[in-house]
Design a protein around this ligand. Structure first.
Ligand code: IVH
Length: 714
């Protein structure tokens, strides 16, 4: 679709200022755009707008409908299912999560990757450390489960934890064997489904001949073809598959990455012929350049080169961060670029009050996707400086009307790379960044050392309050069925909910009496009851979800898990937040001692609890909940689960970081200082005062080998 997103909508007018005529016209436009976008996404897998843009338009539509209920159209896009999961496929929970890869963008990142791994494992620079290097296929990942050599299930990645069951469709792909001989009893083979350039061109030619929709690129064509409810359509689309990884296995495939790939090849899978072994970062870079040189003639899309630690025992030791392995990285090819006009700069106010400038662009195709918005990061970025005050774009500022260069790197939000001064309109003026919040009129303040200007309105700012509520009900937080962003917006704008605690009072306030949910437009007796029940069900909530749901700056899902596991229960967490308020003392040291919690995150957590209004709002929420203590990691059989361990002196077989991560994986709490609470002291050579103190307190003391014996095999 080539609709002019940037200029044809009246969407810059604040909802309360819209006249009825404008609202009607905009709802019509939005219905067209969103229904078309839905069809592009579901029917053809050829999205022309980003998910973020889609969500923005949907919200705008819902907000106008909330303001003008009688203008709601029969074909209102708010009645349609969201554009995230295809209906009709059953869900598959992956035994082993399907993770993504962190990225390297230049040679230095590759050198850092190797250095990080060496540091973590304690491998010196001059000792050999091998990696595999192979193309990063631009398709969609698929997990194939074989039991007793028979293909029993094929699942897409989905959100990494839960994917879609596409077994019937996967069986139509020629590269995917239905039976294996000599395979482990259980084997999950992972790889990429893709479409070759030639097959893609031929498919689009057929689509043209049949009057069907054209696919934007081979990846969308592959995704659309695999996610067909009718497997015969998939069969007619020539998909291919490269195997490059595995999930659950009952028996190891090999002791090296390269050996495992060779084994998969022997079992009958296609593996990428450009896979090689490299022994230094320079080798990796050379291999990358060789693959890049062949990119145009490979006949299929690749978007980088993936490096993996070859030794699988080392992979095991390195383990994972929250969503990516430490032992692998994707070295991406440079992003695609395009030039277009910057039509406007608008400001979005986020959950934490950050004022984020957004470039509204004349739509332009960048790497097969139509881009109409790009992030401008912050006011310095617009002025031509990075976060350290160093000039970017040779210090050129960005102005409305400019001819700007847009780029996309991977799936990230488009960015502005450059501006062409020779094409700058004479009347273009430097952009003046607002110093008041465009949503609530409060001062927007930029603190020393912060690149971001923030609305100081806190909970009185409607944008912050709504974004906080949306975050609160989002999937990784409270995930309340039937209460999504749209409903939150509506309830908020009608004054039904102003803060999370109000959600749990909805039934008491609107389940009976004068105003009732079931009488609202779009609701009925059944749907209202269902929502009340869904809310009731979520009163019981795991501690980690609650912490994440609070939407505290810098505290993401992974950090919330770590914090929850560390404190175990709400009372201990809340108590620690209070005790650490001065940013010093034992409670503070304990907090920043949690692996994965840095000073910035700790300050943010503690400050949130120190603000009276925030605190009162949290207290009201907590009073309505039944908070479940954090589940300890699965440490059955671990002799150190629940124990407090201190490492001191020099460790020779592992680094401190590895020792700590491994102990924590086994359920131990690692502390930096010896006290009466310490259970085990692991003392290497050179241990000093800590060993002495442990001896005085009669604490069990082990040397490094003793410790490794204790946890051997776990
Ligand atoms: S390894 C634990 N190898 O890239 C990591 N991934 O950004 C497992 N991909 O979701 C992935 N080519 O869909 C790996 N040679 C390759 C790949 C590859 C493409 C995709 C895969 C993954 C994504 C991560």
């Amino acid at each position: 679709m080539t609709a002019n997103w940037g200029s044809s909508l009246s969407s810059d007018i604040a909802i309360q200022d819209l006249t009825e005529t404008q609202a009607r016209a905009e709802l019509e436009q939005l219905a067209d755009l969103l229904n078309q976008a839905n069809a592009d996404y579901h029917g053809q897998d050829a999205p022309q707008i980003s998910d973020a843009e889609f969500d923005r338009l949907k919200l705008r539509n819902a907000a106008i409908e909330a303001q003008f209920p009688k203008l709601k159209r029969d074909d209102s896009p708010s009645e349609r299912v969201g554009a995230t999961v295809a209906d009709g496929f059953s869900k598959v929970t992956h035994d082993v999560a399907m993770l993504s890869l962190s990225n390297a963008f230049d040679d230095e990142d590759v050198i850092d990757f190797d250095a990080r791994i060496r540091k973590y494992l304690g491998i010196p620079q001059d000792a050999e450390l091998a990696y595999t290097a192979e193309p990063k296929i631009d398709g969609l990942s698929l997990s194939l489960r074989y039991e007793q050599g028979v293909l029993v299930q094929a699942a897409t990645r989905g959100d990494g934890a839960v994917g879609e069951n596409v077994t019937t469709n996967a069986k139509t792909i020629a590269d995917i064997p239905h039976r294996l001989s000599g395979a482990p009893d259980v084997l999950e083979v992972r790889g990429e489904v893709y479409m070759s350039h030639a097959d893609f061109e031929a498919l689009n030619a057929r689509q043209t001949a049949n009057g069907g929709k054209l696919f934007a690129n081979p990846r969308n064509a592959a995704a659309g073809s695999l996610r067909q409810l009718d497997a015969e359509i998939t069969r007619a689309r020539p998909l291919r598959f490269f195997a490059y990884a595995w999930g659950a296995v009952s028996q190891a495939l090999s002791d090296t990455q390269y050996g495992a790939i060779k084994r998969l090849e022997t079992l009958g899978f296609s593996v990428n012929p450009l896979t090689g072994i490299c022994k230094t970062p320079q080798d990796l870079i050379t291999h990358y350049q060789q693959i890049e040189a062949q990119r145009a003639t490979l006949g299929y899309d690749i978007d980088g080169v993936v490096y993996k630690t070859n030794d699988l025992a080392l992979q095991g030791r390195l383990g994972f961060r929250s969503t990516t392995p430490r032992w692998a990285i994707a070295h991406k090819f440079p992003a695609e670029l395009a030039w277009t006009t910057l039509e406007d700069i608008t400001i979005q106010v986020g959950r934490t009050g950050a004022l984020s400038p957004v470039a509204r662009l004349k739509p332009v195709t960048v790497g097969g996707v139509v881009v109409s918005n790009a992030t401008l990061h912050n006011e310095d970025y617009i002025k031509g400086f990075d976060s350290k005050g160093v000039e970017i774009r040779d210090g050129k500022d960005i102005r409305i009307g400019d001819w700007v260069q847009v780029y996309r790197a991977g799936d990230v939000i488009p960015k502005i790379a450059d501006t062409d001064l020779s094409k700058r309109p004479e009347a273009a003026q430097p952009y003046i960044f607002p110093t008041v919040c465009p949503e609530c009129g409060s001062d927007a303040i930029r603190e020393d050392g912060d690149a971001v200007r923030r609305c100081s309105g806190g909970l009185i700012c409607p944008a912050q309050a709504v974004e906080k509520l949306k975050h609160f009900v989002s999937r990784a937080a409270f995930d309340i069925d039937g209460l999504g962003a749209k409903q939150v917006e509506q309830f908020y704008s009608d004054g039904w909910i102003a803060e999370p605690a109000d959600i749990f009072a909805l039934k008491a306030r609107y389940g009976s009496g004068m105003q009732q949910l079931k009488n609202r437009e779009g609701w009925g007796e059944k749907s209202a009851e269902k929502l009340f029940q869904a809310i009731e069900d979520k009163r019981k909530i795991p501690l980690s979800r609650l912490i994440f749901a609070l939407g505290i700056r810098h505290v993401g899902e992974a950090a919330s898990n770590l914090v929850a596991q560390h404190f175990g229960n709400w009372a201990a967490f809340e108590d620690a937040m209070g005790q650490a308020h001065a940013h010093e003392g034992p409670a503070w040291d304990d907090l920043i001692g949690v692996d994965g919690v840095g000073t910035v995150m700790a300050q943010s957590l503690v400050n949130c609890f120190a603000q009276d209004a925030e605190r009162a709002s949290i207290d009201r929420l907590v009073a309505a909940l039944d908070i479940q203590d954090a589940a300890r990691p699965d440490t059955a059989g671990s002799p150190v689960a629940g124990k407090t361990v201190v490492f001191t002196g020099t460790l020779e077989k592992m680094t401190r970081a590895e020792a700590k991560a491994r102990a924590e994986r086994l359920g131990a709490k690692v502390s930096g200082s010896v006290s009466a609470k310490t259970d085990i002291l692991v003392a290497g050579p050179g241990a000093g005062s800590k060993a002495k103190k442990a001896a005085e307190l009669g604490i069990e003391t082990l040397d490094e080998d003793g410790w490794l014996d204790l946890i051997a095999g776990l």
